[in-house]
Structure formats: C-alpha cells, structure tokens
Design a protein around this ligand. Structure first.
Ligand code: MG
Length: 383
C-alpha cells in the first residue's frame, strides 16, 4: 500500500468559546483565546483507505509515497531524534494517520492491533484556569457529580500560598474519595510570571503531599533534572512531568536520573513522538518501575484526534493508571472541543473512558458540521 495524496483540511469556521479563555499557564499576562480551530491531515492510499490525524505543522510531502505497513521506517526517518534531529519534522500527525490506515486495513481498532491490555481507561478531568478559591470548590464537586474520579487543578498564582488555599478548599469540598492532581506548569512560557525556585518547589511539594494530592506536575522546568530528582526523592507523592520533552532520547535522561515518578509524554505536541515514540517511552518507563500518564494536548477543536491515539497507544501498555482529559466547563466542554466528530468521547459511571471499537482510530469526522471544509494544502503523487 502507498500514500498517494495528502491534504491539510481545516474547518471553515473556528468554534467560538462561550467566554474568553486564559489558561493558567498563560497567567498573568497571556492573551485569552476566543475560538478553537480544527485542522487535520487526510491521507489517501492506492487501496482506497483514508487515514486522519491532527495537523502538527509538518510538511505533508514527508508522508507522500510512504507505505503504511512500514511506520517504523517513517518514524525513524522523521521523528526519532537521531536521524530527524532534535527539532524533528513535526510529523506526529502524519504518523497517527498512518496508524489509522493500518488499523482500517486490518479491520481492528488500533489498541487491539497494538496488543490491548484493557478496553477502558480511567481519565482525569484536566481543568485549565485559575479561579477564585470558592469557584474551585464548586467546580470539583460538579465534576464529581458528573462522574469524574480524578480532577486536576492548576497552580500559577503569583503567591504560591494562594495556590495552596485553592487546593485546600477543593479538598475540603470534594472529600477524601476524589483523586486530586495539581499542575504547577513551571515549564511554560508565561509572560510576567514569577517562577518557583527549587526551595519553593520543594516546600510546595511537602504542603501538597499533606493535602493528599496524588501527583504534582512540573514543579520545575524539565531541564532542571537534578532539582526534579531532589524533589521526587524528598516526598512520597508522585512527581509528574515532561509534556514538552521533544524526543525519546530526552526521556532517557529523565528516567535515568529519577526526575519523574510519572512520565507524561505527549503524542502530538513536540511533533516527534507519535504512537510509536510514546510506546517506546512507556516501555522504558515500565522496565524502570515508573508510571506513564500521557499528556493530551488541547490544540483546538481537533482535540479528539489527539485523545483517540493517546487512548489506543496507552491501552496496550502495562504501567498507565489514567489518561488526561482536558475538560473545564463552561469553556472546554464536549460542545467546544468535540463538535466535529460523530461519537464524542464520554466517561462512564466509573469515570472511565471506553476505547473506540471502530477500525483504526475509530474517530468519524462529521464533515457536515464543518461548513465548507477548507483544503489548506494538498500534495499528490500525480502532481
Ligand atoms: Mg501540564
């Protein structure tokens, strides 16, 4: 089989958000977003099978002529970090589309093709904003009522003691049964923010541990491997992180030096991991006695194309207790993040998500909801 043409498809209109969205990691001076854009790769083959993946910025010509039966070759050439270099080629969306084709050709959902361990996974609601303390308390109880068993809060106030007050209020409102997770987002570009130093990060880790927090994410920049390892060794609570880690080789350093108890590779964001890379990281982590909870990017309204491959990749490994699910009503909801697919991802009564059973990624795009789809670029073997 051969990829004969590649299109980058965008929806005609971006999805409007009900209110301006300033994510915590952009505090205090970031410009709020008002819409979410949808874009994807669509690969056609000489056998009539089409594959889709989230648009990740890489040149569509990279995958033209590729054999979907040889994804390892594609990954090695464009994403490995050795041949592709540190920055890679932002090809992960195309790699995901190749996996979609392979699954469709086999007539199997990807997670089964990859060697399923389970057919449903616990997800945590990843909230995204800094709210008033009482609003956090209200939101966690609402999320609990919706069925979530685990919720993540953001810490990004200028005064870390105020961050702790918000976590304390959420813990008090939710009771002991909710798994409370926190993300300090100390590895983002945040204009005007006073980042934590090592002592502050360690102090926060100890306070959060006392509040029964399940994991603390990114207490320091990912490059401060020594500082992260010190914190991880000083508390019993899990230290998590690594969403911006660009290649599998960078993960090696984190693992060998004990920087993280929970690794959070993202299939899409760095552009170099994809399904193949995340599975490599997960296997290495498993053999090193570490857990993996994939970071799932909310890149826009094409979010389901990031979530689906994350679920498939990770349902086939042994060391993943849950998956991230960006969800923050009233801004990030099914309506705003999943409006272009036919069967939105939802949790069941146990707070778990069923793996899609359709072949490949099992995601059906609702083209009618697009308006007129816009073909941003297109390459073909006939050109
Ligand atoms: Mg994060």
């Amino acid at each position: 089989m051969k990829v004969t043409s590649v299109e980058v498809v965008r929806s005609e209109k971006p999805v409007p958000l009900p209110m301006p969205w300033r994510a915590a990691w952009r505090e205090p001076h970031g410009t709020p977003a008002t819409t979410l854009q949808f874009s994807m790769y669509r690969l056609s083959t000489d056998e009539g099978i089409t594959g889709i993946g989230p648009y990740t910025g890489g040149d569509p010509a990279l995958v033209l002529g590729a054999d979907p039966g040889r994804i390892g070759e594609f990954w090695s050439a464009h994403m490995s970090g050795r041949r592709a270099g540190e920055s890679g080629h932002n090809a992960s969306g195309m790699e995901i589309a190749l996996w979609d084709i392979v699954g469709k050709a086999a007539g199997l959902p990807l997670y089964k093709l990859l060697g399923a361990r389970t057919d449903r996974l616990l997800v945590y609601a990843a909230t995204s904003r800094i709210l008033d303390t009482q609003e956090h308390a209200r939101q966690v109880t609402e999320l609990q009522a919706e069925g979530f068993k685990a919720v993540k809060l953001r810490l990004h106030r200028q005064d870390p003691w105020e961050d702790l007050e918000a976590v304390e209020a959420a813990r008090e409102a939710a009771g002991d049964t909710l798994m409370l997770l926190v993300d300090a987002n100390q590895n983002n570009a945040s204009e005007g923010y006073r980042f934590w130093d090592r002592r502050t990060a360690l102090m926060m880790a100890r306070e959060l541990e006392a509040l029964g927090v399940y994991f603390l994410e990114e207490p320091l920049p990912r490059t401060d491997i020594e500082g992260l390892a010190e914190i991880a060794a000083s508390v019993d609570m899990f230290i998590a992180g690594g969403e911006h880690t660009p290649t599998v080789y960078d993960w090696r350093e984190h693992l060998l030096h004990g920087a993280y108890d929970i690794l959070q590779p993202d299939l899409v964001m760095g552009g170099n991991l994809g399904i193949t890379g995340v599975r490599k990281v997960a296997e290495f982590a498993d053999l090193s006695g570490r857990l993996v909870i994939p970071h799932v990017l909310l890149s826009g309204a094409n979010f389901p194309l990031c979530l689906a491959p994350s679920l498939h990749a990770i349902a086939a490994v042994d060391n993943c207790p849950m998956v991230e699910f960006p969800y923050d009503p009233p801004v990030l909801t099914e309506l705003t993040t999943q409006s272009f697919i036919k069967h939105p991802f939802r949790i069941d009564e146990d707070g778990m998500m069923q793996l899609p059973e359709g072949p490949g990624l099992g995601v059906e795009i609702d083209e009618a909801a697009f308006g007129e789809p816009v073909i941003v670029s297109s390459v073909s073997l006939d050109d």
